[in-house]
Ligand binder design. Structure first.
Ligand SMILES: *[C@@H]1O[C@H](CO)[C@@H](O)[C@H](O)[C@H]1NC(C)=O
Ligand SMILES: *[C@@H]1O[C@H](CO)[C@@H](O)[C@H](O)[C@H]1NC(C)=O
Ligand SMILES: *[C@@H]1O[C@H](CO)[C@@H](O)[C@H](O)[C@H]1NC(C)=O
Ligand SMILES: *[C@@H]1O[C@H](CO)[C@@H](O)[C@H](O)[C@H]1NC(C)=O
Ligand SMILES: *[C@@H]1O[C@H](CO)[C@@H](O)[C@H](O)[C@H]1NC(C)=O
Length: 341
C-alpha cells in the first residue's frame, strides 16, 4: 500500500504530498501557497496530491494550468473562500475565480467546501460581468467527487471545452434569490457524467449549451432553481448543437421549470437524442418547456426561422406531483414555424 508522506514546515497552509516522499511546501497567503503548490505538483512526475487541510483559506482569483507531468489529485478537506468584494478582481479577468485550464487527469475530492461569497455580486446587475466560481476549461479526464460548492458569485461549476468528466457526490447550494447562479454549466464539452448530486440555487440546476454531446445525468436532486435546461441555442444567428443527453433519475422540487429546451430564432443546429426518464417533480411551475422562440434581449427578436434539425425529446416515466396550475407541456413556437417531428 502506498503511504502518503506529509511535509509540514512551520506554517504551511496548503501542501503537496508525494509518494514516494519528495518536497514541496509554501508559506504565506493561501493564494500564493496554492500557486506554489500547483507549480511543484504540476511539474512532478510522481502523481502528487495537493492537500487543503481543515480550516478556512481565502484565495484570490487564480488560474491553475497544465499540461502537467502526471495525474494530480486535489484534496480539499477545508473551505476555500473567495474575496467578498468584487473589487478584488480589479485589473483581472472578471469572469474567473478558481480557473483550471488545460489539465488532464485531474481528480478533486476531500469533502471540503468552495464558497464563492457571492452576496455582493448578486446585488450587481445581471448584465455586468460576473465571475464564475469554479471553471474547468479544456480539461480531459476530470473527476470531481465529494465536494460542496456554495454561494457562487454566478455559475458554480462550469465545464468549457472538456472531454470525459465525471462529477459525483457534489452539493451545490445558493439562495433561490441569487441571480444567474447556475449549478453546473456545460458548454462545448463531450462525455460528461453527473451522478448522485444535489443542486439548489437561484438559476438552472444544470444547463447545457452549444456543441455538447454525450451528457449523462443520473440520480440528482434539483431545487430550488430553474430546473434542467438545454440551451439557449443559436443566439445571434449562430449554429449550435446539443446531442445525446440523458437524464435518468431526477427529483425536482420547488423549481420554476422542470425540463427545458430553448432555442433562439434565426439560429441553426440541433437538439437531438434527448432522453428524460424517471423524473419526479414536486411543485414545479413549468414541468416541461420546449421554447423555440426564446428571446432574452432588450430589443425584441424578429420573427425568424430556426433553421433546424430539431428532434423531439423522448420523455418517459415522468411524474409530476402537486402544483396548483399544472400546465404540463408548455410548447412555445410560432404556428408557421413548426419543428420537424
Ligand atoms: C465584460 O467582458 C467583456 C468580454 O468578456 C469585455 O469586453 C468588457 O470590457 C467587460 N466589461 C466589464 C465592465 O468588465
Ligand atoms: C451519494 O452521495 C452521498 C453523499 O453525498 C453518499 O453518502 C452516498 O454514498 C452516495 N451514493 C452513491 C451510490 O454513490
Ligand atoms: C440574423 O439574420 C437575420 C436575417 O438574415 C437578420 O435580419 C438579423 O439582423 C440577424 N441577427 C443578428 C443578431 O445577426
Ligand atoms: C413551490 O415552489 C416555489 C418556488 O418555485 C416556492 O416559492 C413555494 O414556497 C413552493 N411551495 C411549496 C408548498 O413548497
Ligand atoms: C438552412 O441551412 C442550410 C444548410 O446549412 C442552408 O443551405 C440554408 O440556406 C439555410 N436556410 C435558411 C432559411 O437560413
Amino acid at each position: 500500500m502506498a503511504k502518503f508522506v506529509v511535509l509540514l514546515l512551520n506554517y504551511c497552509p496548503i501542501f503537496v504530498v508525494f509518494f514516494p516522499f519528495s518536497g514541496g511546501c509554501s508559506f504565506g497567503f493561501a493564494y500564493q501557497a496554492l500557486k506554489d503548490c500547483w507549480e511543484v505538483a504540476c511539474s512532478s512526475p510522481k502523481r502528487p496530491r495537493i492537500v487543503v487541510p481543515a480550516g478556512t483559506y481565502l484565495v484570490h482569483p487564480i488560474v491553475l494550468s497544465g499540461p502537467c507531468k502526471s495525474k494530480i489529485t486535489f484534496s480539499i478537506y477545508g473551505t476555500i473562500v473567495a474575496p467578498q468584494d468584487p473589487d478584488a478582481w480589479r485589473g483581472l479577468n472578471r469572469r474567473r475565480w478558481l480557473y483550471f485550464s488545460k489539465i488532464n487527469h485531474l481528480s478533486v475530492d476531500g469533502g471540503g467546501t468552495i464558497n464563492g461569497m457571492g452576496e455582493q455580486w448578486w446585488a450587481n446587475s445581471c448584465k455586468t460581468n460576473k465571475t464564475n466560481a469554479l471553471t474547468f476549461h479544456r480539461c480531459k479526464d476530470l473527476k470531481v467527487t465529494d465536494l460542496r460548492v456554495v454561494d457562487g458569485q454566478q455559475m458554480h461549476m462550469t465545464m468549457t471545452n472538456c472531454v470525459r468528466v465525471s462529477l459525483s457526490q457534489i452539493a451545490v447550494m445558493a439562495p433561490a434569490s441569487s441571480p444567474n447562479t447556475d449549478g453546473i454549466h456545460i458548454s462545448s464539452s463531450r462525455g460528461i457524467n453527473v451522478m448522485n448530486t444535489t443542486i439548489g440555487t437561484g438559476d438552472d440546476c444544470i444547463s447545457i449549451v452549444g456543441h455538447s454531446s454525450r451528457i449523462n445525468i443520473k440520480d440528482i436532486a434539483c431545487g430550488p432553481g430553474h430546473g434542467i435546461s438545454i440551451g439557449s441555442l443559436g443566439k445571434s444567428n449562430s449554429t449550435a448543437s446539443v446531442k445525446s443527453v440523458s437524464v435518468d433519475g431526477a427529483f425536482l422540487s420547488n423549481t420554476q421549470n422542470g425540463l427545458r429546451i430553448k432555442t433562439w430564432q434565426g439560429g441553426s443546429g440541433e437538439a437531438s437524442d434527448i432522453n428524460f426518464q424517471n423524473v419526479l417533480m414536486e411543485n414545479v411551475s413549468n414541468p416541461i418547456i420546449i421554447n423555440q422562440f426564446y428571446c432574452d434581449s432588450k430589443i425584441p427578436c424578429a420573427n425568424q426561422v430556426w433553421n433546424d434539425t430539431f428532434q423531439a425529446a423522448i420523455i418517459q416515466m415522468l411524474k409530476s406531483l402537486y402544483h396548483p396550475s399544472l400546465p404540463g407541456l408548455n410548447y412555445v413556437c410560432c404556428p408557421e414555424l413548426r419543428p420537424r417531428e
